[in-house]
Design a protein around this ligand. Sequence first.
Ligand code: ADP
Ligand code: MG
Length: 680
Amino acid sequence: MGSLDQSITALPGVGPKKEAAFERLGIRTLRDMLSNFPRTYDDRSVMKPIALLVPGESCCIRAMVATQPKLSRVRKGMELVKFQAADDSGVVDITYFNQPYMKNNLHVGETYTFYGKADVIGRRKTMSNPICERGEQTRYTGRIIPIYRTTAGVTQKNMLDAAEFALSQCDVFPDLLPAEVSSAHNLCQAGFAYQNIHFPADQLSLTIARKRLIFEELFVLACALKRLHSDQSPKEGLKLRTAGTEEFYATLPFSPTGAQRRTIDAALSDMASGFAMNRLVQGDVGSGKTLVAAACAWAAAKSGYASVMMAPTEILARQHFHTLTEFLSPAGLRVGLLTGSMTAKEKREIKSQLLAGKFDLLIGTHAVITADVEVPGLALVIVDEQHRFGVEQRAMLAAKGQKPHVLVMSATPIPRTLALIIYGDLDVSIIDELPPGRQPVDTLLVNESYRTRLNGFIRKQVEYGRQVFVVCPKVEYEDEASSGLRSAEAHTVYLQSVFPDLQIACIHGRMKAKQKDEIMARVLSGEIDILVSTTVIEVGVDVPNANLMIIENAERFGLSQLHQLRGRIGRGQHKSWCILVSDAANDVSRERLKIMTRLSDGFAVSEEDLRLRGPGDFFGNRQHGLPETHIADLGADMQVLTAAQDAAHKLMAQDPELETHPILRNAVERMIQSAGGTFN
Ligand code: ADP
Ligand code: MG
């Protein structure tokens, strides 16, 4: 018995060359090999009598070679070895193509196990190129065979040998789960799990093994996150007076929803605690997150402090400026705006007013605000659209000195469990209630053949006095030519030719802010019937009279993004439609888009999105900073994740340093190291 920390070179036949090849697969030690789980399995465990062979089915037979294998050349470069094999139930014709050596490997009168796909030609059963093993103890037949990832220089056989060797070197498997956790969650022993994940005795054993290993991995992940986050003891923060929200609510044109009140209460009590607030507010599009921001800025101002709010785009910053001015000026607050498109003179003016303490709340794009703005008496930073807000910018913010309270608002609802894992250092509030009177948007999926009917539908809505948004994945003509996708510019020209009498405008991110503002003003006044845009429309714009959105090349957008886009309509009292146009032929794309027609809740959409794409793609660029998992799928194994997380938190509440669980502690340390020491 050796240690699992032995190098893979302990395996007979692995020299420096193979060692380097294994290393490319991330396998250095026997332990690495044990946790290098098979990519998939080939179930060769089904054994049948020859009489029961069914065409097209792969299975094993135990049969005696009944006739002398004969080698023949049918034509140049094609050699056949043919013979008959028999068991008690019948006879099968076996043929090997281009394996002339099989003639001498097989001996009449001996019994072999053959695994292959059966066929029936006339009344004769046949098998071509079956895998063949002699003797009772078979290795590649008669059981479920693991299939590993391989690389140049490492074959499946090498991997199988390595896995078998690693398993043989271990008499007691390191069991990192505390016994009470294993038993509470009905998990098998580590030894059984490792044995059966590599060489499953049967499908059920494989399921049992997987269940344990997934749990184990997520448990270690949860412990690692807990450990990292517990290092960040709460920072001291400004203690604000936050009583009397009713006074503020009384100045509003509507009454806050229960979810808004709960969220505001939580944020205000953070700000009154003496520790810096670090709160993520999640809420579906239209759930009213802006009001939460307003209430927090109001509370800061009541205590004599200033706030800043950062938005990802110029359009959104302006929209917030208008909305928040409406919310806050009746309560006596002064709101300012600072964006990249202002002239140097305008910016200087705003900054000097800021220094003079003229604003209670400054709103701007984050590029501008993070760069060089000094805000005297800054107590609160509000970040809208966390999704687009990079880790770097978060760090830059933290470096801004005064340890302000931080409120992050995300319109891309991330499933709660995942949010807690990723933002373990943030408190999370969820606004799970829409303001009263909202109608769900009807979403339909159509293809190009509906174009004429679609245009008819646009015409009808405009005749009813409504406005229409059309979203394209690209901006310019050239983009369309090179990509085959509809561009906003070209599509505007197309629509104008279909509707010569209608007012059609085009807006996209490459325009100057002033141009964009002018167009948006004309949209808001009702002058423009159809607005063609790129995803700049995704955030911000609030046009209650718009009740139809058409999304071209819908397959090019992520589900959460489609949901954001769709959130731009259905804001007024009119029935609204979102029509996804896609000619995507492949089933996965259509399946994905159909989800949109079924689900109207952003959380459900985002959970599906996560399940389909995995968290890596979901957050883009592994921005979430989580380590790669070997067996668990953070998207699909969400329930296990919750359970593992609960168990981990319970354990670490009793033993924060994991002193009584050294094996677990080592695994946790290894996971932290493999992620580069920090996950965020
Ligand atoms: P989001 O969460 O997408 O940022 P907003 O804050 O933009 O949502 O709110 C969407 C719309 O709902 C706005 O027009 C806002 O004025 C309105 N709104 C917010 N809260 C309420 C409420 N409690 N009652 C009625 N309307 C509300
Ligand atoms: Mg918003």
